[in-house]
Design a protein around this ligand. Sequence first.
Ligand code: B4P
Length: 192
Amino acid sequence: MINLILFGPPGSGKGTQAAGLVVKYDLLHISTGDLFRYEIGNNTPLGQKAKSYMDKGELVPDEVTVGMLRNKVEANPNVKGYILDGFPRTIPQSEALDALMSDMGQSISKLIMLDVPDEELVQRLLNRGKTSGRSDDMDETIIRNRINVYTENTTPVFDYYAKQGKSAKVWGIGSLDTIFERLCLEVDFVKG
Ligand code: B4P
C-alpha cells in the first residue's frame, strides 16, 4: 500500500492536486476539511461543533478529528492506499495516525509538502471565496489566522515525519500540470 500525506498551508493546492493523484495511483482520498463540510451541510452534532472552529479559522479539537478519521479509514479497509489531505495538522494527530496505521499493519509512506509563499495563499483563498461560498475563504483576517495556525501548530508535523526520513518538499508555484508532475516524481520514488 502507498499511504501519502499531502501537506501544506491552507490554499497551497492540497485538495486540487489530491484529485489527480487519487486517479493516477488508485488511492482513497480522505480530506478532513471535506468530511467536516459534509457534516456541517447535514447539520449533524459533529458538524455543529466543527463549524464553530472552522468559522474562526481555528483547528477543530484533535479528539473530534482523530475519531472521524479513524471511522473513515476503518470503513474502507480494502483499498490500495490512502491520500490524506489536511490531516494530520498537529503532533497528537500524527501520533494517533501512526498508531492507527500500526494497528492495521501499515505505515505512512511519505509526507509531501506543497511550499507556497503566504501572500500567494491569501490571494488564492480570497479568489476561491468569490465562488466557493466558504465563509473561511471570504475574510482576509480569518485567512491570515488560518496561516498563523498552520505555522504554529501544523509545521511541526513536517519535522515529525522528517525524523522518520519521510518528509519531502515540492515547490507549489506554477501550472497545475507542472506541480502535479513534481508530486508524481516524489510518489514514484516511494513506489520504487
Ligand atoms: P481544508 O478543507 O483542509 O482547506 P484548506 O487548508 O483551505 O486547503 P484546500 O485543500 O481546500 O485548498 P487548496 O489548497 O487545494 O481545511 C479547512 C478547515 O477545516 C481548517 O481551517 C480547519 O478549521 C478544519 N480542519 C480540516 N482538517 C483539520 C484537522 N486535521 N484538524 C483540525 N481541523 C481541521 O486550494 C486553494 C485554492 O488555490 C483553490 O481555489 C485552487 O483552485 C487554487 N490553486 C490550487 N493550486 C493552484 C496553483 N498552482 N496556482 C493557482 N491557484 C491554485
